[in-house]
Design a protein around this ligand. Sequence first.
Ligand SMILES: O=c1[nH]c(=O)c2[nH]c(=O)[nH]c2[nH]1
Length: 297
Amino acid sequence: MAIVLGPNQYGKAEVRLVHVARNGPVHQITDLNVSTALRGDFAAAHLSGDNAHVLTTDAQKNTVYAFAREHGIGQIEDFAIRLGHHFAGSLPGIDGARIEIEQYRWDRIQVDGVPHDHAFSRSAGEKRTTVVTLDRGTAFVVSGLAGLVLLKSTGSEFSGFLRDRYTTLPETTDRILATEVTARWRYAQSDLDFGRLFDGVRTALVSTFASLHSLALQQTLYRMGEAALTAHADVAEIRLSMPNKHHFLVDLEPFGLDNPNTVYYAADRPYGKIEGTVLRDDAPDPGPSWLTLPGFC
Ligand SMILES: O=c1[nH]c(=O)c2[nH]c(=O)[nH]c2[nH]1
């Protein structure tokens, strides 16, 4: 029996980077959380403390800031691909990299209906994400979003489900449907108009949630994924995690009141957790795209 070193990677996690593009008086702000991870031959560092092939995590952090200054940022996928190629291509002993970026949304403040040049308000919660994996010169791009909270006050029912001795849930033909979408989708290639595609996938998800008459959150999830893939040939696969944010009708009978789908209790837990993948049957090989990405089936 021998004990050996298994898969490993290392990098700087959660480098907070804010970039202000000052092209004249109207500024653009990009607010990111960047994590880097390098893969390669780091056996000596782990086995004997020989750091000759270790690019410090401090240097990785510095590179993120320097690249923002030297090249700007643009779309987060393009920034991640640039960083990944740099780490995985230019240094000995490093043959792979994974760059993970979260982008926080800022909206330009309107003053008396006029967009302000340099003042912004942060839109709560929602993040745009990307994970770019560089593997022997090829970039695998998985983009997504998190914290997208959606609700419809009708147009959702849930009935006809399996019943056993513990089933008490009443069937309903009219309920609130609410969820907080986490989505990750894999692009079929890495040379794309990522900003346009992000907007397009987000629109497909949101508009399908709104317009589909839902028979179950599972059906809504599938149809949202299907709409994203139908609209965008460059999206090979999408994985969705959608908690069912239950809204229960409050029993007002003790007070002599009816409740015609008007007064609800918004429960925060427990919640149903509906997760699924929608993909093309001829999707290209994902390679290491999903490696180390937790939280999806
Ligand atoms: O859309 C739903 N899917 C379920 O699987 C489920 N289970 C449950 O209790 N309510 C719901 N709603």
